[in-house]
Design a protein around this ligand. Structure first.
Ligand code: ATP
Ligand code: MG
Length: 700
């Protein structure tokens, strides 16, 4: 912005010898107020209207030369002077000299024009600067009207500048507090707010002019990106933590090196398997570790050399066999950046494999043992059914484990025989085998029988005291028959004996250590007894470690014929006879429901062998209860004929109704019907009502 750009170059100059009158004419013609006086191209003075007026006022002749009235002190400007440096207050018109040569004039209005251009240019620059700012910038005047709203602000608020310029800030951005700044005049930094649902941080300051607030400006920072990034960072961090946890929790060892084989990370499992920790391994290269003997071999080094995954086995100093799989991780350029090694302790697997082999061997062993048992007990134990075979097999297995066994089953099913098998096949076979029947002893004697007593414990006690069954069975086996009959207070003592493996004699204060294996036997439903509070739950759980349930004979009828043969032989031998049994009888006996199970069968056969008159035991030799059962069974079978299948409940109801009707038809009396149906009369009338069977007698 130089003077030469704005000066006028039409130079009006006066000759020093020019008369005042001539000067007047030039001023009037050219409409100027003054002009330089130039002699031989050099400026020697300046003549203004004021000079002329003053001369005429003093009565000077109009012919006098101007040189006598001009001022000789002339202020002038250089053409290269910046327009901003001109003191416009001083005068209206400056000659512009280049060296001594007059090259032009510059007037106040020229300078104004220049300054105006300057302002335009600068405000253009300012706008460009503000618009090119990355941050939204908003400025208001002292009335709160928006004066600056840059491109970034347009984008953020999604509103073009032309729409908001001159509007009251609070109408455009209600959440803005910029107008407050105009009132308070305070600068604020880092204020968080949301504009157009975008999180921003704002710094705002008043605009001051000569100490007076003329507005306020706010610079905003869109932090939603940062917030998103920080959320992502949080997620990555939690992912990392998770990975860390997985890495550490892995049961397999994990070993990670960089592309040079330097150890970056190991997990706990590595420490467990190798006994080497971070101190020995971290930041060391595999080369070093092999060279100094810390490791015998390194899968990582092979991977680095071959550039592909490998799997190999290693043996640690402590004798563990490790399966090592190392895998390279490549970057985009195909360079190895990591080697990840998975280490699995297969000694454990080997051990398990061995164990399985052993178990398989054992299984074979037991199978042959069962067969042997069959042989061995052939004299005493007879069975054909699969259930019984399974039970014997189980018994043989349980025998070898020194655990408490609970044998359940109906009376006469062979529980005691099974208990004997267990004892005979256990490691305690040569040790004492004591049987005690809890039901057979009077209650007041059971305790002293089981646990013994000290001298003088009660009247009638022996002077020297007496050991109980527990002590007698020490080192061996104690069979507690009918354990369900044990009184509750003794159940507590028994439980204690089982748990502590020590007992107190009656009247004794010192515990006596005992080592006894218990086989508990019962024909009662212990679970039900527990429910109704007759048997202690804790004791039940304690003895029910290995339960064995012997099914009743009617559930394994295929055993009946061979049992018949077995007992027939046995009693023939015993009584020196040679009785036979007709096939018919065997069939009837096989159909019978045997409430007393094998014992009942055994007793019956003994009786038949002894009492039958002929060599061949026939149907007529059978006792009445079996025959009538057989008959009843047949009759009953025929009494109700089933034509088709329907839901059981419905079938039962229909049957019930029909039978009631039938009986009522026959007897027409509640009492008699009740007798015939073997129920009480109340039931009959209730059911009659239920089935709406007309009670004719009552109606009449
Ligand atoms: N499988 C079998 N083969 C041959 N005889 C058997 C068999 N099972 C049981 N017995 C015989 O049946 C009789 C009853 O068996 P055991 O005494 O073992 O039954 P239990 O279940 O203990 O009966 P209870 O509940 O009445 O004490 C015994 O004489 C026994 O020898
Ligand atoms: Mg028994």
């Amino acid at each position: 912005m130089k003077i030469k750009n704005f000066m006028s170059t039409e130079i009006i100059k006066l000759d020093p010898e020019l008369s005042l009158q001539q000067a007047c004419r030039i001023f009037l013609e050219k409409k100027i107020d003054g002009a330089p006086v130039v002699k031989e191209g050099k400026i020697i003075g300046l003549l203004t209207k004021t000079h002329i007026l003053r001369a005429f006022y003093n009565g000077v002749s109009p012919g006098e030369p101007v040189k006598n009235f001009m001022t000789r002190e002339v202020k002038y400007l250089h053409p290269d002077t910046d327009i901003r440096d001109v003191d416009i207050m001083y005068t209206g018109r400056y000659p512009v000299l280049e060296g001594e040569k007059l090259v032009g004039f510059i007037t106040k209005s020229d300078i104004m024009r220049g300054l105006n251009r300057l302002i335009d240019e600068m405000s253009g620059q300012l706008e460009a600067v503000i618009n090119s700012a990355y941050n939204p910038i908003i400025a208001i005047d002292r009335e709160g009207k928006i004066r600056i709203w840059n491109k970034a602000a347009e984008k953020l608020a999604d509103m073009p500048a032309e729409k908001v310029m001159g509007k009251f800030i609070n109408d455009v951005i209600p959440e803005s507090e910029l107008f407050n700044i105009v009132k308070t005049g305070k600068t604020e930094y880092g204020i968080k707010l949301k504009i157009n649902n975008i999180s921003v941080i704002t710094n705002r300051a008043p605009i001051l002019e000569n100490g007076v607030i003329t507005g306020a400006v706010a610079v905003l920072y869109d932090v939603s990106e940062i917030e998103k990034i920080s959320q992502e960072l949080e997620y990555v961090k939690s992912l990392n933590r998770e990975l860390d946890a997985i890495f550490e929790a892995s049961f397999d060892g994990l070993y990670i090196t960089d592309g040079k084989g330097k150890t970056l990370r190991i997990n706990k499992a590595i420490k467990r398997m190798t006994g080497l920790g971070e101190k020995e391994l971290l930041h060391k290269t595999m080369n070093e570790l092999v060279a100094n003997g810390t490791l015998s071999r390194s899968a990582t080094l092979i991977v680095l050399e071959k550039k592909k995954p490998i799997t190999t086995t290693l043996t640690t100093i402590t004798g563990k066999t490790l399966l090592v799989s190392a895998v390279p991780v490549f970057d985009e350029q195909g360079e190895i950046v990591r080697v990840v090694t998975n280490v699995r302790d297969i000694s454990e697997l080997n051990r398990l494999k061995q164990k399985i082999e052993q178990l398989e061997g054992l299984k074979k062993h037991y199978e042959s043992q069962v067969n042997q048992l069959k042989e061995k007990f052939s004299g005493r134990l007879v069975f054909k059914s699969k259930v019984m075979e399974d039970i014997i097999y189980q018994a043989a297995r349980i025998a070898e484990v020194d655990t408490t066994v609970l044998i359940t089953g109906e009376s006469g099913t062979g529980k005691e025989v099974i208990a004997e098998i267990i004892q005979k096949n256990s490691n305690r076979r040569d040790k004492p085998f004591i049987k005690i029947n809890c039901a057979a002893l009077p209650e007041n004697l059971i305790e002293s029988e089981l646990f013994g007593y000290e001298a003088g414990a009660f009247t009638g006690a022996k002077r020297e005291g007496k050991p109980g069954m527990f002590e007698l069975a020490d080192g061996g086996t104690l069979l507690l028959d009918e354990i369900g009959e044990l009184p509750l207070h003794l159940q507590v003592k028994l439980l204690r004996a089982l748990q502590q493996q020590e007992i107190f004699r009656v009247g004794g204060t010192k515990p006596v250590k005992v080592d006894v294996r218990i086989i508990a036997v019962t024909n009662r439903d212990l679970e039900k007894q527990v429910r109704i509070g007759e048997f202690r739950k804790d004791l039940y759980y304690r003895i029910n470690v290995v339960p064995l349930n012997i099914p009743p004979l009617r559930e394994r009828r295929e055993d009946i014929p061979i049992l018949i043969k077995h007992f027939l032989d046995m009693f023939n031998k015993r009584y020196n006879m040679n009785k036979k049994m007709s096939g018919e009888v065997v069939e009837v006996l096989t159909r019978y429901y045997w409430p007393g199970n094998i014992r009942q069968l055994e007793n019956l056969l003994e009786r038949l062998v002894i009492t039958s008159n002929t060599e061949l035991i026939s149907l007529s030799d059978l006792p009445e209860y079996i025959l009538s059962h057989e008959k009843a069974e047949n009759e009953e079978e025929e009494a109700i004929v089933v034509n088709r299948v329907l839901p059981l409940k419905q079938a039962v109801e229909i049957t019930e109704k029909k039978i009631l009707e039938k009986a009522w038809q026959l007897y027409n009396s509640c009492q008699k019907t009740a007798e015939a149906l073997e129920v009480d009369p109340a039931t009959v009338s209730r059911k009659m009502r239920k089935y709406k069977i007309a009670n004719k007698k009552n109606h009449k």
